[in-house]
Design a protein around this ligand. Structure first.
Ligand code: FAD
Length: 346
């Protein structure tokens, strides 16, 4: 195995608060490595509401989840943080020398002086369709997210789910367009949807025009031929089970955040949240800080602006671990020549 990356700071989670932690550390001249289990930064803002407007970011009257993420990425650019995406942090352990061993599920390892847990509501994982034998078809014929829609063009698709992802992809593949599938069958357990009403209306139009089908029911089994998945068994509300043939099964049951390995790092927790003080947002393990939705303290509000404040104080709280001999003073970005230098705006 390759040797671990030695660093001053590792940030677990690249949601809005983890991203802003890069900024606050950067002002104190601390370079960070930032890790997320998702393949892109932005956390809940990107995963749950990229196009919805946020109205309570100070001095930004309105911006979408995606716009906020893009602005944060731009704002932290001068600090050259290293991103490690698509990998979950699985291990955190204190070393004899006071530093920490951190490792991801992909085997990236770090030795770091400080750790910032900005893990939000946990690592996002798709909710799985639980049917015997399905797992071996994962990423071959069964997918929980669409990375490259062209891969599914011209195929017989079965799509399961009733939320926006299920409906958006159904429309994408059923309508004329570059990724039109050979056939699309949408399966949902009931005739009511969480998705945008306009998408549902459009889906019903496509059904009326025989461009696709909608089936009410639950997937209760699979059909296979050799190694191939050839169909799913769908049990309808009438109790009858029918076989629906397919090339590809797309499942959109939403993403459920899992606290996962963080629960095993020996941190004091309270109802699955990491307990911190409100001076430094330090956890029960000195040198490990927790910011954003993952932490709890008296009066905690899960808001992005709270997370930004926490990130500032956590950076100051961490500085003595990184620069034991340096006195850290508060400086204004407006007027400090030193901050202008680190920001690259001299
Ligand atoms: P998150 O955004 O949850 O990001 C945490 C990241 O950490 C995730 O990407 C996750 O994959 C990653 N992660 C977790 N564990 C691990 C691990 N072990 N290894 C690697 N990566 C890991 N807030 C507002 O202030 N204003 C609003 O208007 C607003 N609107 C909202 C609307 C909706 C629909 C929702 C769901 C939330 C809204 N919020 C709003 C709340 C806001 O999104 C959260 O407060 C904010 O996202 C918290 O940021 P975070 O960085 O702490 O965590």
């Amino acid at each position: 195995p390759t040797s671990p990356i030695e660093t001053d700071a590792v940030i677990v989670g690249a949601g809005p608060v983890g991203l802003f932690q890069v900024f606050e550390l950067g002002l104190l001249e601390v370079k960070a490595h930032i890790i997320d289990s998702l393949p892109y930064p932005g956390g809940q803002c990107i995963e749950l509401y990229p196009d919805k407007p946020i109205y309570d970011i100070p001095a930004v009257p309105v911006c979408t989840g995606k716009e906020l993420t893009d602005s944060l990425l731009k704002q932290i650019e001068p600090f050259g943080a290293t991103f490690h995406l698509g990998q979950e942090v699985t291990e955190l352990q204190r070393r004899e020398d006071g530093r920490f061993d951190v490792a991801t599920a992909k085997g990236t390892r770090f030795v770091t002086k400080t750790v910032f847990i900005a893990a939000g509501v946990g690592a996002f994982q798709p909710r799985l369709l639980k049917v015997d034998g399905l797992e071996k078809h994962h990423d071959r014929q069964v997918f929980y997210r669409v990375k490259n829609p062209a891969q599914f063009a011209g195929k017989h698709l079965v799509i399961v789910g009733g939320g926006d992802s299920a409906l958006d992809w159904t429309l994408n593949f059923a309508q004329d367009g570059p990724h039109k599938a050979e056939s699309v069958i949408l399966i949902h357990r009931r005739d009511g949807f969480r998705a945008a009403p306009a998408s549902v209306a459009r889906m019903k139009e496509l059904c009326d025009a025989l461009e696709m089908q909608f089936v009410i029911g639950q997937i209760t089994g699979i059909e296979e031929q050799g190694d191939r998945l050839t169909g799913v068994k769908v049990t309808g509300s009438d109790g009858v089970t029918r076989v629906v043939p397919l090339d590809v099964l797309l499942v959109f049951f939403g993403l459920s955040p899992k606290l996962g390995p963080i629960a095993e790092w020996g941190l004091a927790l309270e109802r699955k949240q990491v307990v911190v003080d409100t001076e430094k947002f330090e956890t029960s393990i000195p040198g490990v800080f927790a910011v954003g939705d993952i932490n709890t303290y008296p009066g905690k509000k899960k808001l992005i602006l709270s997370g930004f404040h926490e990130a500032a104080l956590a950076a100051f709280g961490a500085a003595p671990y990184i620069f034991p001999d340096k006195r850290i003073h508060l400086q204004y970005t407006t007027t400090s020549p030193k901050l202008h230098k680190v920001l690259g705006v001299e």
